[in-house]
Design a protein around this ligand. Structure first.
Ligand SMILES: [Fe+2]
Ligand SMILES: [Fe+2]
Length: 287
């Protein structure tokens, strides 16, 4: 099994690929080609070409949640290639499209450049996908099998009090802004010889809540975590508690991407074995 990160916040080592605030990973097994998220602008398509990855061959497109930095390349993908991959999303994906980020102006990030509410949702709807004749498969249950070694997980339990929802991530309901609970977030579990490797999109429900849920459901060792851990807004206490939990898992692989944040990356590099930045262009081979 091969995992290529097609786009991510950090540039590739040679700086020959596009990078942006967002995430997109390509997973290739003997029987299945899966695209997990599409970044912010569709620039992952140019990277895929440079990396000799044929996106026209994908069987499945899985979208981790309905945010612009994970779903922003969907339209360009479907309009560049005449393909109809099966799209897998949570059953709640299209229920909650009015998504905003509130900023008081103090935090400087991709989605909080100005103060007030910034739309951080997606630029298509269900009717758009239907007009392209793409089949949509909804995750209704806790787990959906994609192939013999790729599984989608949903409905994550809450185990860790310190993994708090970000109160500035909002859902607009009528004229009110409510805290977004991200019940549309889905993650991947990849079966390998050494255990399950988890791929995270943004991990808004808390990456350790996701990992512990998958661990209990599969009853297997979690051997790796790759993707966005959303520790970017975490304080030092949460980062320390997260590190203790990471070390208890004894991971072979900890690939930090996207919304992990510099403070967490530095602390994890210092205190956790096998961690690395899973950046644009990273290629991992798993058995
Ligand atoms: Fe997100
Ligand atoms: Fe994100």
């Amino acid at each position: 099994m091969k995992i290529t990160t097609l786009i991510e916040n950090s540039p590739d080592e040679n700086e020959s690929l596009n990078n942006e605030h967002g995430l997109s990973m390509f997973i290739e097994t003997d029987t299945c080609k899966v695209l997990f998220d599409t970044g912010k602008t569709g620039a992952f398509i140019d990277n895929a070409r440079k990396l000799n990855i044929k996106l026209e061959d994908i069987d499945v497109l899985i979208l981790s949640h309905a945010h612009y930095d994970h779903c922003g390349g969907v339209k360009r993908l479907l309009e560049t290639y005449n393909i109809k991959p099966k799209i897998i999303v949570s059953e709640h994906f299209f229920e909650k499209l009015e998504r905003y980020h509130y900023s008081d102006g103090s935090l400087k990030s991709d989605f909080s450049k100005e103060s007030g509410y910034t739309y951080v949702g997606i630029d298509f709807n269900k009717e758009y996908l239907e007009s392209k004749n793409v089949p949509i498969s909804y995750v209704h249950d806790d787990v959906l099998k994609v192939s013999d070694d790729i599984f989608v997980f949903a409905n994550f339990n809450k185990y860790y009090d310190f993994e708090k929802l970000n109160k500035d991530m909002k859902l607009k309901v009528a004229d009110n802004y409510e805290v977004d609970i991200f019940d549309d977030e889905i993650s991947l579990g990849l079966k390998t010889e050494n255990g399950t490797v988890i791929l995270l999109g943004c991990a808004h429900p808390g990456f350790l809540n996701i990992v512990q849920t998958i661990k209990e459901r599969t009853n297997e060792k979690i051997s790796g975590i790759i993707g966005g851990t959303h520790l970017i807004e975490a304080n030092a206490d949460r980062i320390e508690k997260s590190i203790t939990c990471i070390n208890d898992l004894k991971l072979d692989l900890l690939g930090l991407s996207h919304c992990t944040g510099e403070n967490a990356v530095n602390a994890i590099h210092e205190k956790c074995k096998n961690s690395f930045i899973n950046r644009t262009g990273t290629i991992l081979t798993l058995d």
